[in-house]
Design a protein around this ligand. Structure first.
Ligand code: SF4
Length: 260
């Protein structure tokens, strides 16, 4: 179930208040971003510019709506019975790490209520504040968009260095992580780099699961609505053959690979 922000009974502020998260939208009963049934908060703002971004309306760091953290905690408490053993709250985006200090507060409050926390991130930032947030994050969903830095740069506008460093940091902390990979024909389906990607993380003990997410054109209308030129307008979804190749390569390196 998807709530446009107008439905959220929260103060709409124009200032960047430390007690308010800047969010784009909110989903209840989400099942795609982490285990079990989850409340998924899509925050506003991202520094990447992925050619295939399905949520270009979340990119502007000045957009979205300010929603009080307490209000979000109360919503999660109201849904707690549905979360069961596995579920909880996922913060996705946009890029959550841009609001790391607010999220630290949010996740601490959720933990006080016994609610599981999950962070879906591109790993753009890797510093002490982020490490502190990760201490209060039960599960990290880390998007490693390409293993080759030149291609990563062309694909996202920025380097993959911080993402790889953050993966190594999470591994060193011994805490749970899933890795995610968007499979885009012509961009991320090169067998050589899929092998390299697998080799990079195969010895990580904290990687519980690897998700392959086939590219699709569902975000096209958002680019058009925003009057933005969509670079992958003519790119097809990966064929069955491409998907199976990626699955079999990753399966050489990881015990739990899921093709979404
Ligand atoms: S990291 Fe996510 S939100 Fe940011 S541009 Fe890439 S796909 Fe879009």
């Amino acid at each position: 179930m998807y709530f446009p922000l107008q439905d959220i009974e929260a103060a709409k502020l124009n200032i960047d208040d430390p007690d308010h998260l800047r969010i784009h939208s909110l989903e209840t009963f989400g099942t795609h971003d982490g285990p079990g049934i989850r409340m998924v908060i899509f925050v506003q703002g991202c520094q990447f510019r992925c050619l295939y971004c399905q949520n270009p309306d979340t990119l502007d760091v000045r957009g979205g709506t300010m929603v009080e953290i307490k209000e979000l905690v109360n919503r999660a408490i109201r849904q707690k019975t549905y979360f069961g053993k596995e579920g909880g709250v996922t913060v996705s985006g946009g890029e959550p790490l841009l609001q790391r200090s607010k999220l630290l507060k949010f996740f601490k409050l959720l933990h006080e209520e016994g609610i599981n926390t999950c962070l879906d991130t591109n790993g753009r930032l890797n510093n002490a504040q982020v490490h502190e947030l990760l201490e209060h994050t039960d599960l990290v969903l880390l998007d490693v968009k390409h293993i080759n830095d030149d291609i990563h740069h062309k694909l996202t506008g920025l380097t993959n260095k911080n993402t790889l460093d953050l993966a190594a940091y999470r591994e060193s902390s011994g805490k749970r992580m899933w890795l995610r990979y968007v499979l885009v024909p012509g961009w991320t389906d090169q067998e050589q780099y899929l092998e390299e990607w697998g080799q990079r993380f195969t010895d990580y003990k904290t990687v519980e699961r690897v998700e392959i997410i086939p590219f699709h054109q569902l975000g096209l209308h958002k680019w058009e609505l925003l009057n933005m030129k969509y670079p992958l307008k003519d790119t097809p979804s990966p064929s069955e053959e491409i998907k199976q190749t990626a699955l079999s390569i990753f399966s050489k390196y990881f015990g739990n690979v899921v093709l979404k």
